[in-house]
Design a protein around this ligand. Structure first.
Ligand code: DAT
Ligand code: MG
Length: 149
């Protein structure tokens, strides 16, 4: 079982697309094991986006992600990381296929609606950045045998 961190970014929340975005991910069968609305601090943004420090878009990125609340979600399931990335679409909405979240709802790289962890190391780091162990809940679903063989 894999875990990944998803953020519905401030543009997604402000535009009333949080439910649509979460619904698309939920319908895959991936299981929500943690979810909360939260305001990202400058410090958390700097840690989360540390890999981009020094790049020309860094200040805008941190300013954007801290500008208004996000919905943070931890999803669990087989291939949770790659499945989420596939449903998100490419980083630039202009390059994202129709049917993806970014392709359907975005037009600008700086307003691309959703974050999803890129790989296993990032996912482990990001899930623990955004969630305490006590905020992640393990629970059985009656539908599980209809989702995973
Ligand atoms: P992703 O969010 O698809 O994982 P990333 O980790 O490379 O992409 O970058 C994080 C965010 O930074 C991305 O969602 C949008 C912004 N970003 C990335 N590259 C950019 C660029 N060249 N110009 C402007 N914003 C950029
Ligand atoms: Mg990334």
């Amino acid at each position: 079982m894999e875990r990944t961190l998803v953020l519905v970014k401030p543009d997604g929340v402000q535009r009333g697309l949080a439910g649509e975005i979460i619904g698309r991910l939920e319908r895959t069968g991936l299981q929500i094991i943690g979810i909360k609305l939260m305001q990202i601090s400058d410090e958390l943004a700097a840690t989360h986006y540390g890999e981009h420090e020094g790049k020309p878009f860094y200040a805008g990125l941190v300013g954007f992600i801290t500008s208004s609340p996000v919905v943070a979600i931890c999803l669990e399931g087989p291939s949770a990381i790659s499945t989420t990335r596939k449903i998100m679409g490419a980083t630039n909405p202009a390059d994202s296929a129709p049917g993806t979240i970014r392709g359907d709802f975005g037009v600008d790289m700086g307003r691309n609606l959703i974050h999803g962890s890129a790989n296993e190391d990032d996912a482990a780091r990001e899930v623990s950045l955004f969630f305490n162990d006590s905020e992640l809940t393990s629970y059985d679903r009656a539908t599980q045998p209809w989702i995973v063989e």
